[in-house]
Structure formats: structure tokens, C-alpha cells
Design a protein around this ligand. Structure first.
Ligand code: ATP
Ligand code: MG
Length: 289
């Protein structure tokens, strides 16, 4: 490790680990297979990676043990550490939900008054209940929250849900959403005062942004009748103005454009009805605005 390197804390083993490493790799950062090591240095960027439990990351970043870190927003909000949110990363999306036994007939939050709610997120839940003027007893437990109602130690639970399968297994159903969460990049507050590290952080963020934009976009190429150009410009979002090239066949043009991933299937029929042919779609590796 080198004192001038940017120190990034990521989850050692869990739901955030693979996606975070793959985001770094697609941002052009070369990382060795780390197996059981606590830290690794990137080969081509002044970056050291620290592998930690996700619960510890906000505090380590606050205290400067790491300069930056990746955690779920749920952990960031729960830990209440004094750090800065740099960027939402768009993966590991989940929701913190309140759930009740399947047979409970839910109408509104007032039904939670004076009831017991088991959770590993007491701070987030407390804030939510206060904002909604509900007095409930929060039972703080660290894991396997979903068994609390069956054990008779809570009436409801508040936990992370993505597919809902775990809830189903325990005969529970969701009744209210507390927060949405996704992976976020955080930094220690005073990082801007350290010009070397701040510069490395800007460089890293630019690379991450370019990789995220590239993944959410596609490169579209097609041939169109020249007479359709104006209509086709209207179909392709104004986001990136298309490149238009003449073809040997007079009256025909080649059009290239960057489009959002999810738009393609919405516009393909409209493009065809304007006479577009030879439509090609390519993945984009990086996109630097
Ligand atoms: P650690 O051992 O590091 O403390 P953990 O068991 O607390 O790990 P994980 O289950 O690996 O944590 O989840 C890490 C983060 O991934 C969560 O804080 C949340 O932001 C997100 N997450 C949790 N469950 C899901 C899910 N089902 N789908 C998507 N993201 C999730
Ligand atoms: Mg954890």
C-alpha cells in the first residue's frame, strides 16, 4: 500500500462484492484476484482496495481509514456516519419494507401504533415512524429478522426485500415501503482538501460515469431513405444528434446514433415504417461525453 493512493473500501463477501468489482473492471481498473487478502492495489491506477464488512464501511470512511467506499444506501442511512454521498451506482437495488403476517388485514399505518416491529435498521425505522406520527416499539435484532413474528417476539418486521421470496417462506407480506436503496459511492468529507486524492477521485468518478452511461446505451446503425430523415430524427431522442452519411445508392443515407438501452424495442417498428433497413445495434464499451 502507498500512502498517496486512494483507498477504497468495498464489501469483502456479499451481495455488493461482485458487482462492485465488475464496475471497477469495466471502468478500466485492473485488479488481481484477491481471494483472502484484506487489501489489493490496482495495477494501473493509484488505488488500494480494502475488503471489509459492509456495516463497517461508513465509519471507516468517516474516520479516514478509507478515503472512499461503496455501500448500500440502507447501510449508509442506518449508520448515520458523517460522510459525503458522491454517486448512486444503479445496482444492488432493493427496498426496506415493513411486513406483516399474511393474514393481517392492513389498511393504514395507524394499525402499527403500540405494536412491536423487529428490524436490523432501527435508526431508519425510527425516523420513518416519527415522520408518520406512529408510536411503535422497535425490536433491534441483527439477523434473521423474518422469524421474529413466528417466535412471538414481534408483530411486524422491517427488512430488506427484493423478490419477496424470503417473506413468502415465512408467511409474511409487505405492507409499507420505508426506503428504496441502491449501491452508492461515498467519500470522507474533507477529501477535497487533499489535492492528490481529490484528483484521483475525480478521475475515478469520471471513469465510473463513463462505464455506467455506456452500459445503459447502445450504438444504432441503419440505412434510411433520405426522404425519411426528418421523421427519423424525431423518433431518435434528441439526446445525441445522429451522424448522417450519404450512401452510394443515391436517395439512401446511413444514420448512426447513441440511444438508451430500453428505447430500442420501442422505436424499432417506427423506424421500419419509415423505411429503415439493415438496422444494427452494438454494445458500447465506454462513453465519454
Ligand atoms: P456483511 O457480511 O458484509 O455485513 P451483509 O450480510 O450485511 O454482509 P448482504 O446480504 O451481502 O449484507 O447485502 C449487502 C447489501 O446489498 C445490502 O446492504 C443491500 O444494500 C443490498 N441487498 C441486500 N439484499 C439484497 C437483495 N435481495 N437484492 C439486491 N440487493 C440487496
Ligand atoms: Mg452487513
Amino acid at each position: 500500500m502507498n500512502g498517496n493512493n486512494l483507498k477504497l473500501a468495498i464489501q469483502k463477501k456479499g451481495r455488493l462484492t461482485d458487482k462492485t468489482l465488475s464496475l471497477l473492471r469495466s471502468s478500466g481498473i485492473d485488479i488481481d484476484n484477491y481471494s483472502d487478502r484484506l487489501t489489493v492495489s490496482a495495477r494501473n491506477f493509484d488505488l488500494d482496495i480494502l475488503f471489509l464488512r459492509d456495516d463497517d464501511i461508513p465509519e471507516y470512511v468517516q474516520d479516514g481509514v478509507a478515503d472512499i467506499g461503496v455501500v448500500g444506501e440502507n447501510v449508509l442511512l442506518e449508520k448515520q456516519s458523517d460522510v459525503s454521498l458522491i454517486k448512486k451506482l444503479g445496482y444492488s437495488r432493493c427496498r426496506l419494507m415493513i411486513a406483516s403476517p399474511n393474514d393481517f388485514i392492513y389498511e393504514n399505518l395507524i394499525q402499527l401504533e403500540d405494536k412491536r416491529i423487529a428490524t436490523s435498521y432501527p435508526n431508519i425505522l425510527k425516523k420513518y415512524l416519527t415522520e408518520n406520527n406512529v408510536n411503535a416499539k422497535i425490536i433491534d435484532i441483527s439477523g434473521s429478522v423474518e422469524i421474529a413474528p413466528a417466535l412471538g417476539i414481534a408483530d411486524f418486521i422491517c427488512d430488506i426485500v427484493s423478490t419477496g421470496n424470503t417473506l413468502k417462506l415465512h408467511k409474511l407480506k409487505t405492507i409499507e415501503k420505508v426506503i428504496d436503496s441502491e449501491a452508492v459511492l461515498i467519500s470522507r468529507n474533507n477529501i477535497t482538501k487533499d489535492s492528490t486524492k481529490n484528483e484521483l477521485l475525480s478521475k475515478l468518478v469520471q471513469r465510473i460515469e463513463s462505464s455506467i452511461t455506456a452500459k445503459s446505451s447502445k450504438y444504432l446503425m441503419m440505412n434510411i431513405p433520405a426522404s425519411s430523415l426528418e421523421n427519423i430524427k424525431k423518433i431518435i431522442p434528441a439526446l445525441k444528434s445522429p451522424t448522417v452519411l450519404p450512401l452510394a445508392d443515391e436517395g439512401m443515407l446511413a444514420v448512426h446514433a447513441v440511444i438508451p438501452n430500453d428505447l430500442f424495442w420501442d422505436i424499432v417498428d417506427k423506424l421500419k415504417s419509415e423505411g429503415a433497413s439493415g438496422i444494427l445495434i452494438f454494445p458500447i464499451e465506454n462513453l465519454i461525453p
